[in-house]
Design a protein around this ligand. Structure first.
Ligand code: ADP
Length: 366
């Protein structure tokens, strides 16, 4: 019976538990044996009880839980080959040679590297006398399938990552709360949102909340953005608007790549327009709480697809990542998706904002 392990890694996101539930149950429904690796790659390196056999009942009720119940971690040891050798040894001990990983681009890059090295790791285990030839013989290839768990929606090649719509919903809810008090006092609020180098959360929150101005890394404002923003805010006020909402992505920058902070925007609104202004940094409320319906659906459908991909994989097929494109669950080449994602960061660094805005999804070879 094939043994399939599921793991969550990197930053947590709402919907990761739904992924674990779907992978465990689809594995069992396919006649295979399910395992969960606790605490990300650290659990794989530590082995033992950190790699647990999972039953159908073990994941009952997980669909509506936020965060990740099997834990996640950042693990330095797995970045080095000796750590990965130990991880491979622990997997062989349990007879596992298929791993479904839900995480960000770092976690998925590590997974693909692990798969590449796997045959060499098997040889090393035998050469060092840690495993017999008979132990490793049935496990000559490692199957890796990626699922993208992130609130940032920062992976090229998929329309939505698991968690991004829960986070967007939370931001909207928080801005609604702020709206009420802003209206009462005719105040301006600068709202700092997460997203690192990806402006998706900020941009979609701006649209969803009717913000006056939005700052995102991929499309920096014009050279004289200070004046531009102030004149727009003044115009809105002149039209009778009693509140001002400006949304700033944590990675926002100007066209020269200088960081634009909430404090800078706050000071402009206060000194140039004379508005009574406050900054609210939403912080980790954006990551916590129950997943929205979309993320429950996405994590379930993609978890099921991940197990199917494991069972259909051959040593020749490149590692897939499960995506959603125009409302269809599809498999794409994992490393190609990561390279395209990294290209966006390079486009921004080279100040080619037009290319960065395209997100390079169109260039993906089918
Ligand atoms: P995310 O998956 O959210 O992008 P990180 O980049 O922190 O988060 O990666 C999570 C973990 O994945 C790291 O702590 C490390 O254990 C592993 N990892 C990341 N990049 C690599 C890599 N290039 N090689 C091996 N392991 C990696």
């Amino acid at each position: 019976k094939k043994k399939i392990a599921v793991m969550t890694s990197g930053g947590d996101s709402p919907g990761m538990n739904g992924t674990v539930r779907a992978v465990v149950r689809q594995t069992i429904a396919s006649g295979c044996v399910a395992f969960a690796v606790y605490e990300g790659y650290q659990g794989l390196v530590d082995g033992g009880d950190m790699i647990k056999h999972m039953s159908w009942e073990d994941v009952r009720g997980w669909l509506s839980e936020g965060g990740t119940l099997i834990g996640t971690a950042r693990c330095a040891a797995f970045r080095e080959r000796p750590g990965r050798l130990q991880a491979a040894n622990n997997m062989i001990e349990k007879g596992i040679d298929a791993l479904v990983i839900c995480g960000g681009d770092g976690s998925l890059t590590g997974a693909d590297k692990f798969r590449d090295e796997w045959p060499g790791l098997m040889d090393e285990l035998v050469a060092k006398g840690l495993r017999s030839k008979e132990d490793v013989a049935p496990h000559q290839h490692l199957n890796i399938v990626g699922l993208v768990g992130s609130i940032d929606n920062d992976l090229s090649s998929t329309d939505a990552t698991i968690g991004c719509y829960s986070s967007l919903g939370r931001i909207c809810q928080m801005v609604d709360y702020i709206d009420a008090t802003a209206l009462s006092h005719q105040r301006a609020f600068v709202i700092e949102v997460m997203g690192r180098h990806c402006g998706w959360l900020a941009l979609m929150a701006g649209v969803s909340c009717g913000a006056d101005f939005v700052f995102i890394p991929e499309n920096p404002p014009s050279e004289n953005w200070e004046e531009e923003m102030c004149s727009i805010v003044k115009r809105h006020r002149a039209m009778g608007k009693r509140k001002t909402i400006v949304i700033v992505c944590e990675g926002a920058q100007d066209r020269k790549l200088n960081h634009i902070t909430g404090k800078m925007v706050n000071d402009l609104l206060a000194t140039r327009i004379g508005l009574d202004t406050r900054i609210t940094t939403l912080g980790h409320v954006q990551r916590g709480g129950p997943p929205c319906a979309y993320d429950r659906m996405l994590s379930t459908l993609q978890g099921v697809e991940a197990v199917k991909a494991v069972l259909e994989a051959t040593p020749e097929t490149p590692s897939p990542v499960i995506c959603i494109v125009e409302n269809k669950i599809v498999r794409k080449d994992l490393m190609q998706a990561i390279q395209l994602t990294q290209q966006v960061a390079k486009d921004i660094a080279a100040r080619d904002f037009e290319a960065a805005m395209k997100g390079r999804d169109a260039e993906f070879e089918e």
